[in-house]
Design a binder for this molecule. Structure first.
Ligand code: SF4
Length: 354
């Protein structure tokens, strides 16, 4: 089944009483309000829906997403205005559900009772980390316990849940990222999104970076940490809905995105790294009990089978995975075979001529 068409409607920093060290949303919110096409928010919402519905194609499901701020932290009247503005499309069957991102400490039974009858189906929590020291350093203003309580309350009330986490937070490290993924996996959210922390101009993190107090992760470090988190989520059945930030003009603007592991295809890098690990595991299993393979002087051949849509993931960015495999196993020639029946995330290895 094709994934739903998600219509994003951004409410930058609105409804948020905090200012995390990495956030420059107040700056964005200010710029947005100056350049908004329409003064009336419901008109902008309606405009976005009309525009996106043109790209629905053959997708059977459409969801409207309030992203970018703390949707459930908006004033009650504003939440109702926005949700009611979507109702005509819901009644006509053109929009099937509403989702939003919000802070864990915003979730209460009252706000759930307000929004759920109007089509709110999925709530994505900006969790970032399950380490309270890391949360405090980032000045998130909530704790891991807020996340536990929020997830429990959302589930109790029949809502789907998502968790958004970050790699590279100040005071965090490889082990911390792994612990966060493990703790969240035990809480069984429906989906996870993982983002590398970038240093945005106008944030306090930018000052810390300039003064040397904060050193961002390198791209390799960010890929490795994210890869570990993805493995944990996948093993627990938590779907990883997104890895890395969407490319926007801001990311290419050195004046705005001043440091950090930015790559326009960050998710692809992580998924390629996962494929590489899987290929190595498969080759390791093949070689078990076959000592001497490739050592007789004659090169042996291994076929790596992959779903056609995952070919570029297996090859890696600029075919780096194949180069690394060739270096790691100098006695083996690798061939790739596309197999439609394989799972999209799987690679299978077999020996060709041994
Ligand atoms: S909770 Fe979100 S919107 Fe609020 S300051 Fe932090 S990052 Fe920005």
């Amino acid at each position: 089944m094709s994934p739903p068409l998600v219509i994003p409607f951004f409410i930058p920093h609105q409804g948020c009483p905090h200012l995390c060290v990495f956030c420059n949303q107040r700056l964005i919110a200010k710029q947005t309000s100056e350049t908004q096409k329409f003064d009336n928010e419901t008109e902008r919402l309606s405009d976005a829906i009309h525009t996106y519905l043109q790209f629905k194609k053959n997708r059977s499901r459409v969801e409207l997403a309030f992203f970018g701020g703390n949707f459930l932290g908006l004033e009650k009247a504003r939440i109702l205005t926005l949700l009611k503005a979507v109702q005509p499309w819901i009644r006509q069957g053109q929009i099937h559900a509403i989702r939003c991102s919000t802070r864990p400490d915003t979730i209460t039974r009252q706000v759930i009772d307000l929004a759920r009858p109007l089509g709110l189906e999925t709530v994505e929590l900006g969790v970032q980390s399950m380490d309270d020291q890391v949360l405090a350093l980032a000045e998130r203003g909530h704790t891991s316990e807020d996340t536990r309580k929020a997830l429990a309350l959302l589930k109790e009330n029949g809502l789907k849940t998502g968790v958004q986490v970050m790699v590279g937070l100040p005071g965090d490290n490889d082990c911390g990222a792994v612990r966060t993924a493990k703790e969240l996996s035990e809480l069984k959210p429906d989906l996870a999104r993982i983002y590398p922390l970038l240093v945005l101009n106008g944030s306090r993190l930018a000052q810390w970076y300039r003064s040397g107090r904060y050193v961002p992760l390198s791209l390799d470090q960010a890929v490795t940490q994210t890869k570990k988190m993805v493995k944990i989520f996948r093993c627990s059945g938590v779907s990883v809905a997104r890895i890395g930030l969407q490319a926007t003009p801001m990311m290419d603007d050195a004046g705005q995105m001043i440091a950090g592991p930015w790559h326009p295809a960050f998710g692809h890098l992580v998924l390629s790294a996962l494929m590489f690990d899987q290929a190595c595991e498969q080759i390791g299993t093949l070689l078990t009990g076959r000592q001497g393979i490739g050592e007789s002087g004659e090169k042996k051949s291994v076929v790596l089978q992959v779903h056609p849509r995952s070919l570029s993931r297996l090859q890696g960015d600029r075919k780096t995975n194949i180069d690394r495999l060739t270096q790691a196993y100098p006695g083996i020639c690798f061939y790739i075979e596309r197999v439609d029946s394989l799972d999209i995330d799987k690679v299978h290895a077999r020996i060709l001529n041994v």
